[in-house]
Write a protein that binds this ligand. Structure first.
Ligand code: ADP
Ligand code: MG
Length: 308
């Protein structure tokens, strides 16, 4: 847990993370058989759906895994109205890696939670692989989320009593195809030797690799990451960034990553900057992976505000 937080803040943070995990891996989602086992290299073809009435989660053909239009989210605190998101747009193409930057409180995490369908938005739309999330009721939304989104948190959020392999399997159901998929992920992420270790016996970087494998096990249309290197030292953080980059370059994965650090954002193709819940600007990275260049452009956009 981060230094400088009171016990009460730590407790509230844990409760918050637990509630997100419960939403993500709810029992109803566990009943939904997995039917995709590898990163999509196409443009989201119609997938065979399991038997039963699941028409509401059928995917439309789309080469745009994510389309966020004019999303609004407000919170009421006493008499104050907080405009966490105030008409944000974001489009992410297949095989694109987008970083969301912005000062603390600019709405980055709220945007990621809106994309993940973890919060109800007050206006605008979030469309993933052709599906408008607002049209899904709770159970189909949970199933859709489980099958189309992977999410990685700063704090890994692995289940401590389960082995690395069991954590990866958590969102999916068993079967030989799943066995194959888990083996592939463990090998791809360099974690085959650690599959029987519990999180407590793994380093931070290894735990984040397992969390990434868990996020990918159902072959999501889009991978969401909220400050994925925030708890790691810079060398391990860079390894995680390289891993995310590899997933985009070699597996055509689409990624949205929240970060406030230029040396993390530089791994993305495009950087979208939020300010006060609004799109401030966005710029493409030139592929040189130059943190100074990213930091300068970001600082110019934000004026004199410092970056961490
Ligand atoms: P960031 O991730 O960029 O630091 P957040 O998206 O977490 O920012 O928060 C954006 C704004 O919305 C902040 O002012 C924050 O205090 C507020 N906010 C976020 N979640 C809540 C909530 N559950 N209740 C009240 N205000 C919230
Ligand atoms: Mg945040």
């Amino acid at each position: 847990m981060s230094f400088g937080r009171s016990n009460r803040e730590c407790f509230l943070h844990r409760m918050y993370v637990a509630s997100i995990l419960a939403t993500f891996f709810s029992a109803s989602a566990m009943e939904y058989p997995p039917y995709r086992f590898w990163i999509r290299t196409d443009t989201h073809p119609q997938q065979p759906l399991p038997s039963g009435n699941h028409s509401s989660v059928t995917l439309a053909l789309s080469s745009v895994p994510l389309d966020v239009q004019q999303v609004v989210k407000t919170y009421q605190q006493g008499n104050a109205t907080i405009h966490a998101l105030d008409g944000v747009d974001l489009t992410v193409k297949q095989g694109e890696f987008v970083a969301i930057m912005g000062a603390s409180g600019s709405g980055k995490s709220t945007l990621l939670h809106a994309i993940a369908g973890l919060i109800d938005v007050d206006g605008g739309s979030v469309t993933i692989a052709g599906q408008d999330l607002s049209l899904l009721s709770d159970v189909p939304l949970t199933k859709f989320r489980r099958d189309n989104l992977g999410i990685v948190f700063q704090a890994y959020n692995l289940i401590p009593s389960l082995t690395a392999e069991a954590n990866i399997r958590l969102p999916a159901k068993g079967g030989t195809e799943l066995d194959h998929r888990v083996d592939e992920l463990l090998s791809q992420l360099g974690m085959s030797e650690r599959r029987d270790h519990k999180p407590g016996a793994l380093s931070g970087g290894e735990q984040q690799r397992i969390a990434i494998a868990r996020a990918l096990v159902c072959n999501p249309a889009i991978l969401l990451a909220d400050e994925p290197t925030g708890s790691l030292d810079s060398v391990t953080g860079t390894q995680i960034c390289q891993l995310l980059r590899m997933l985009v370059d070699q597996q055509n994965c689409s990624i949205v990553m929240v970060t406030h650090e230029a040396h993390v954002a530089m791994w993305a193709d495009r950087i979208c900057v939020l300010k006060d819940g609004k799109n401030l600007a966005e710029f493409a990275t030139d592929g040189s992976r130059d943190p100074q260049s990213v930091a300068q452009q970001y600082q110019q956009l934000l004026g004199t505000e410092a970056i961490a």
